[in-house]
Design a protein around this ligand. Structure first.
Ligand SMILES: [Zn+2]
Length: 613
């Protein structure tokens, strides 16, 4: 916002508004949940990019929205987003805004789009092209030369990555416009790659750490609000505690936030029989210790249980694990540390999407199609060979579905669609029992019978009782951990034929349906705080996350009773119903459930956040 607009806004927010004033938008007769704990009926007056009056409003408006029966809440602020890797290609941010999200805090899990030198991570939009150019069996390249990436981008889109630093990335995004507000984080992994290049599988030298600190200060000066890390991923997994302390310390003069993807799994490559598995609770303690030593504010990314428990949980055990996971966090808060955390609403973290996608990815790559795999799976010798590959752990399998280390794996694998209706909707374990065979051979049989059958895995981390503990905690908020899409039919051409996670399209509706409307585990007021007001406070997003005069007009109008997830969420990328209107900076981006094409989003850099008085 320009300074003239700022002053005008400042003037308008002083004192009572003139009666019968002319305003831009009036939202009439709505239930207002303002994000600070109040719920009341009234109207909302919007002028320019701001709310100028809430409650009993007398005004003539250019646009009147009769919102009877709807709930007005501050637009949802996603504190854990990967949108920055998609914004240049999907500026409409439809998947986010159609579910009520108006602001994303992106650059998570150690990965921001810049700074870049010779090498870069791959933007998700060229996944298939990279594979087709240089096929691989197990793991794709972590890094690629920037000139190679740009060659692919130029061929596909006619433009390439022309930015090297965050400030240039912001200009790139701003030039295209963006539908939601973007709050930038710097990624420790990106910084580490910039400094160490391909030689990152080791501890950094003192000189390299000094250079990382310099780049972090530069990123903060350019407007980032904090630093993320990805301690399960290349290259963050190789960082020492000293390196992390030194990097995080650089945030202190800026009042920046440290946002760690903490160690939950350890490095996700070459997890052979007997490999070390990270103990998640130690990963949580590790980042709390970093905050203790550096006194930097902490937002723990995607909190999950501190213990890997393979056995099916009882509600009591689930709740106990949830509470025990929170104990070290509560201790840190009691000591005076500023700690928040976010939690992913969907319990399904990775749709497969095909039943054959995860356990057979390398074979799909080798054989070229699901049909060919199905043919080969008829051969006993091939099944044995495929099993041996799993035992060798060359392709990362999450603990929940890893037959090699989890005897209950088949209970977590759901058959979403299959020619045999008798097994559809149940778990692989149920199908195996029905057919009187072991789970592995049942899986092979099911793929043989229907190569295109669909699957998903439900995750013990999503167990209702422990998630409830997290969400009930005063510092626990909703974070989606996804990118943004303007397309709804997104499926990679190449194995494992990945599709977007369900949270991409329906994370917030899922949260409101499950925790507020149907199970009443949280009040509507609490839920709105967790989706807007608390994340706004964590990232110092002044005058956002609340509905009151003087706040920016980021607003969602939601029909809570009519809120629903359309179609099969594990499979399809479908917009929810019930999110009726969404305004970003006073402009309608969703109108009567339809995206208007508007791109009123802003890049909320540190300087712009400080400006708004
Ligand atoms: Zn992560």
């Amino acid at each position: 916002m320009g300074s003239a607009a700022l002053k005008a806004h400042h003037f308008l927010s002083q004192g009572p508004p003139p009666s019968n004033m002319d305003i831009d938008i009036l939202i009439r007769d709505v239930t207002i949940v303002d994000g600070v704990g109040e719920r009341y009926r009234g109207s909302i007056a919007i002028q320019g990019d701001s709310i100028i009056e809430v409650g009993q409003v007398k005004a003539k408006a250019g646009t009147v929205i009769n919102a009877k029966g709807l709930i007005a809440a501050p637009g949802f602020i996603d504190p854990h987003s990967h949108a920055d890797w998609w914004l240049p290609w999907y500026p409409g941010c439809e998947s986010a805004v159609m579910q009520g999200c108006t602001t994303v805090v992106a650059g998570q899990c150690g990965g921001s789009p810049a700074p870049i030198r010779e090498y870069t991570r791959l933007p998700g939009v060229i996944h298939d092209e990279v594979y087709e150019r240089s096929p691989y069996l197990y793991h794709g390249p972590t890094l690629m030369r920037l000139d190679e990436v740009n060659q692919i981008l130029l061929g596909k889109y006619g433009w390439g990555i022309d930015y090297r630093i965050m400030a240039e990335f912001f200009s790139h995004v701003a030039a295209k416009g963006v539908a939601v507000n973007y709050v930038p984080l710097l990624g420790h992994g990106t910084v580490r790659f910039a400094v160490m290049g391909e030689d990152y599988k080791r501890e950094a030298t003192d000189g390299e750490i000094t250079e990382m600190r310099r780049l972090i200060r530069q990123g903060m000066d350019e407007g980032c609000v904090g630093l993320s890390s990805g301690l399960d991923y290349d290259p963050g997994v190789f960082a020492s505690a000293t390196e992390m302390d030194e990097c995080v310390k650089a945030l202190k003069p800026y009042d920046g936030v440290y946002v760690p993807h903490w160690r939950r799994t350890g490095r996700r490559r070459d997890v052979k029989m007997g490999s070390y598995q990270a103990e998640p609770i130690n990963g949580i303690k590790e980042v709390l210790d970093t905050a203790r030593r550096t006194r930097v504010r902490l937002n723990i990314a995607h909190l999950a249980p501190g213990w890997h428990i393979n056995q099916p949980l009882t509600p009591g055990i689930g709740a106990a694990v949830g509470r025990a996971t929170l104990e070290p966090i509560d201790e840190a808060i009691a000591e005076g540390l500023d700690v928040n955390f976010d939690v992913i609403p969907w319990e399904c973290w990775e749709p497969l999407p095909y039943l054959c996608s995860l356990h057979f990815t390398q074979w799909l790559r080798l054989l070229g199609s699901r049909a060919r795999l199905a043919e080969w799976l008829r051969a006993e010798e091939f099944r044995k060979k495929a099993w041996e590959e799993i035992e060798q752990g060359r392709l990362f399998q999450r603990l929940v579905i890893n037959p090699c280390i989890n005897p209950h794996w088949s209970e977590n694998l759901r058959i979403v669609e299959h020619k045999d209706g008798a097994v559809t909707g149940g778990s692989l374990a149920m199908a195996a029992k029905k057919r009187g065979k072991d789970p592995w051979n049942t899986l092979c049989d099911l793929i043989t019978e229907d190569p295109d059958s669909r699957g998903a895995h439900t995750d013990y981390r999503g167990m209702e009782d422990q998630m409830t503990e997290f969400f009930k905690h005063p510092r626990g908020v909703v974070g989606l951990d996804v990118g943004v899409m303007d397309d709804r039919d997104v499926e990679n051409r190449t194995p494992p034929y990945a599709t977007p996670l369900p949270d991409t399209f329906t994370g917030y509706p899922k949260f409101f349906i499950r925790y507020v409307r149907d199970r009443r585990l949280l009040t509507l007021e609490e839920a709105v705080r967790k989706c807007a007001a608390i994340p706004a406070a964590t990232f110092r997003l002044r005058d956002r996350g609340v509905l009151r005069p003087g706040a920016y007009a980021d607003i969602v109008l939601m029909d809570l009773e009519g809120l629903s997830i359309v179609g099969n969420p594990e499979l399809s990328a479908t917009y929810p119903t019930g999110i009726r209107y969404v305004l970003v900076n006073g402009e309608l981006v969703v109108k009567d459930g339809v995206h208007t094409g508007a791109r009123p989003g802003r890049i909320l850099t540190r300087d712009t956040l400080q400006q708004h008085e």
